[in-house]
Ligand binder design. Structure first.
Ligand SMILES: C[S@@+](CC[C@H](N)C(=O)[O-])C[C@H]1O[C@@H](n2cnc3c(N)ncnc32)[C@H](O)[C@@H]1O
Length: 229
């Protein structure tokens, strides 16, 4: 698998033999102990679009609403959502194509004994050939990368269909074509929010738009009554 860039990682501070808390700083920011996972604010203005604390509060609300038996986070990055779900006793899996992120998450899991948290180094196309499936998945800030960057779907219906084959219910964060960062990767393609909504309606029983942290990154909560397992 080709790695396109170094992970967005500032520091992981384990604190030596006596360290009770590990502090994670980078794209995601949080503190983790043997019993608690605490989302933190971004430390620099470098990353104004993803504040783990704000997104973490939103995640907790959605988790309560969906109340899943199993959870998977696609594009799991530094593992915040996976560890948080595991802390709440939900068996959780993180998927990321970047081995740097996966290795760090595995080290944190080993140190703090989060048995319910697991991590897989793969991408969507490869993962789709495996037969695991989940009750609930989050796809935060990554769908546009699969459309035309880290993978080359360039076909919204196939992309959403592949996600839908892995989880019954999915929360997508969908950068619109007006999102300047997302647009960088999708500008020469047919990618659009409308196309996403049309595709999602083909695979899910209900598709609810929820305002995101910015006007151009709404969430879509896609729910299914179908039983996959
Ligand atoms: C912009 S970051 C978002 C991280 C996280 N989902 C969040 O919102 O906090 C995108 C993440 O998706 C991962 N990623 C990008 N393309 C991927 C792919 N094709 N398969 C698996 N992971 C991918 C990256 O390594 C990175 O961790």
């Amino acid at each position: 698998m080709k790695i396109l860039e170094r992970g967005d990682i500032d520091s992981i501070s384990f604190g030596g033999h006596d360290g009770l808390a590990t502090t994670v700083a980078g794209y995601q920011n949080y503190m983790i102990t043997d019993h608690n996972v605490l989302a933190q604010n971004n430390r620099t203005a470098k990353r104004p679009w993803t504040d783990t604390k704000i997104k973490g509060e939103f995640f907790d609300k959605i988790l309560k609403k969906v109340s899943p038996k199993t959870y998977v986070d696609f594009g799991s990055n530094l593992g915040y959502y996976v560890f948080r779900a595991a802390q709440l006793s939900i068996p959780a899996v993180g998927i990321d194509y970047n081995l740097e992120y996966i290795s760090i998450c595995q080290a944190i899991k080993a140190r703090h004994s989060y048995e319910q948290a697991n991590f897989k180094n793969t991408n969507l196309e490869t993962w789709c050939s495996e037969d695991d499936s989940y009750d609930f998945m989050t796809v935060f800030n990554v769908i546009h990368h699969l459309y035309n960057r880290t993978e080359q779907y360039q076909d919204m219906e196939r992309l959403v269909g592949d996600f839908a084959s892995k989880a019954k219910n999915i929360l997508f964060e969908v950068p619109t074509e007006n999102d300047s960062k997302g647009h960088k990767w999708t500008m020469d393609t047919s990618y659009s929010e409308q196309l996403f909504v049309e595709s999602a309606n083909k695979f899910f029983d209900s598709v609810e738009c929820i305002p995101g942290q910015t006007a151009h990154r709404p969430y879509y909560l896609c729910l299914n009554n179908k039983v996959y397992n």
